[in-house]
Design a protein around this ligand. Sequence first.
Ligand SMILES: Nc1ncnc2c1ncn2[C@@H]1O[C@H](COP(=O)(O)OP(=O)(O)OP(=O)(O)O)[C@@H](O)[C@H]1O
Ligand SMILES: [Mg+2]
Length: 325
Amino acid sequence: MKSVADVNEPQLDNQENLPVVLTSELRKVYRTGFWLNQKVVSLKNCSLKVYKGETFGLLGPNGAGKTTLLKSLLGIIRPTSGRGLLLGKPLGDRNIKQRIGYLPENPYLYEYLTGWEFLELAAGLFQIPKDIQHQRIPQLLELVGLSQNDARKKKMRRYSKGMLQRVGMAQTLINDPELVFLDEPMSGLDPLGRYQMREIILSLKKQGKTIFFNSHILSEVEQICDRIAILTQGELICSGSLNQLLGNADKYHIQGQGGDLEILKKWLPDIEFESDGYWQGQLEGDYYDFLASLRLMNGQVINMKLFRLSLEEFFIQQIQKRKYG
Ligand SMILES: Nc1ncnc2c1ncn2[C@@H]1O[C@H](COP(=O)(O)OP(=O)(O)OP(=O)(O)O)[C@@H](O)[C@H]1O
Ligand SMILES: [Mg+2]
């Protein structure tokens, strides 16, 4: 399989398609300990781009630095060095807060309020007029699958983890943001809840919003992301579209026998030879042309399948490669 370390970004920057998230060599070192004399390097020179309308997934093991990166983008923490732009403005610029939504990893929800009161409070912070609030809050409750009854009558201290996550998501969208940051949006949700969260994210995507999210749930990421990046020990080790990273679903992996080895190498650049004259590899080129060529050299296909790693397989491969070389 091709190396992914140097996969290029798919789009070119131009006036219409400027990145909405752009970072250059972002680095964060936390100082800890009583005398603040211990250093924890959480981000090491992270450079990435996310374009308008993309759904971008940031993956990485626990402690990789995902939340740190997200908080740096949002201006919640200040990077130690490096630069970044969000919607064309420097990180931390207050003027773009209205255009951004953020679901934190562990949202702090005022437990003595009902979900409805909490959403009204959030709407008030954005100075959303009352008449718009009264339209938008029921719409958002419907979108996140929280019943009006629960939202109006129950205090949030009586909500389940899944209900809290839903009300947190509604709060994230209260200002109708164009750029949405979600830190582990599927966390605490049961399979139905995860499915609904996926549908919500897809509906936001349909509305043209840009979504940047951190997640451990790779099967969900695989279904909704246009592009991903993997962060481990503070370093971005690869980024790209799923097709670029996992292999194209229209490429064939072929096992066969016989034929001229030199010609076979042209069709299957990563060919591996096994005992008894068997070989296997990923086909570059048209399958039927290959079959015709193989017939001429007295070879035959034993097995053929479409080639694509699952995101989970790819993720584990990348992390292990990094760990063990
Ligand atoms: N406020 C802080 N002070 C000191 N170290 C911190 C602080 N916040 C995070 N760290 C450290 O920075 C590193 C990255 O943490 P971060 O929370 O960004 O990881 P993460 O990828 O979001 O992990 P998870 O998947 O568990 O949410 C960890 O080693 C963590 O201990
Ligand atoms: Mg985190």
